[in-house]
Design a protein around this ligand. Structure first.
Ligand SMILES: O=C(CO)[C@H](O)[C@H](O)COP(=O)(O)O
Ligand SMILES: [Co+2]
Length: 222
């Protein structure tokens, strides 16, 4: 199992985003948190900023939409040519139709689940998705504590993906740091968002390497 590390630019310096992207050049992708002050009590940026990031980023963009009315707005992010578009299950009327539309436009598509959202209603829909994002904090802010009680969701999703015979990336977002990444890797996560623990480090690329090695070691040894 590959361990992918995706720094979240939520914890980067918004006045210097192009150079902040370059500071994490060894990452597997960059996680871009779009917040609308409605789905979550915080506001970041919208499609114009994502388009600008897409223009200058050497790394694939993983766009995490924390917005209401995903059915209406998410396809526009795929049309920017980003690598992956994640919408929240709680914010979509018709997750299957939306997932198909995003795939048809050409981006990978992911379903995100808030901590209070159960996985069971979505298990039969997994073949429609390339990735599931299990939130390990309440969405809205960086720097919060990792919720280890979300790990059963990862185990359930990993078992369901195997049952379906699909290659589903399992992503965790929130509180991922050297002390927590192994817990998520052990539960089946392979794709790790890390905001404050990467951008708060003196050497972000060294922090990425350490996180990747910790997760990979757990994948190797169980
Ligand atoms: O989606 C998010 C918050 O809603 C962020 O991606 C996440 O919180 C990353 O920050 P940190 O690693 O500091 O927890
Ligand atoms: Co996020």
């Amino acid at each position: 199992m590959t361990a992918r590390i995706q720094p979240s630019i939520l914890s980067a310096d918004f006045a210097n985003l192009q150079s902040e992207l370059e500071r994490v050049g060894t990452a597997d992708g960059v996680h871009v948190d779009v917040m609308d002050n409605h789905f979550v009590p915080n506001l970041t940026f919208g499609p114009r900023m994502v388009e600008a990031l897409q223009r200058v980023s050497a790394l694939p963009l993983d766009v995490h939409l924390m917005i209401t009315d995903a059915d209406r707005w998410a396809p526009g992010y795929a049309e920017l040519g980003v690598f992956s578009v994640t919408f929240h299950a709680e914010a979509a009327q018709d997750p299957v139709a939306l997932a198909r539309r995003i795939r048809q436009i050409g981006s990978r598509v992911a379903l995100a689940l808030k901590p209070g959202t159960a996985v069971d209603p979505y298990l039969e829909l997994l073949p429609e998705f390339d990735q599931v994002l299990v939130m390990t904090v309440e969405p809205g802010f960086g720097g919060q504590a990792f919720m280890a009680d979300m790990m059963p969701k990862l185990r359930t999703l990993r078992a369901a993906a195997e049952r379906h015979g699909i290659e589903l990336w399992l992503q965790v977002d929130g509180g991922i740091a050297p002390e927590t990444i192994g817990i998520a890797a052990e539960a089946g996560a392979d794709t790790f968002v890390a905001g404050s623990s990467v951008y708060g480090a003196a050497d972000p690329d060294a922090a990425i390497a350490a996180l990747r090695e910790t997760a990979a070691a757990v994948h190797r040894h169980g």
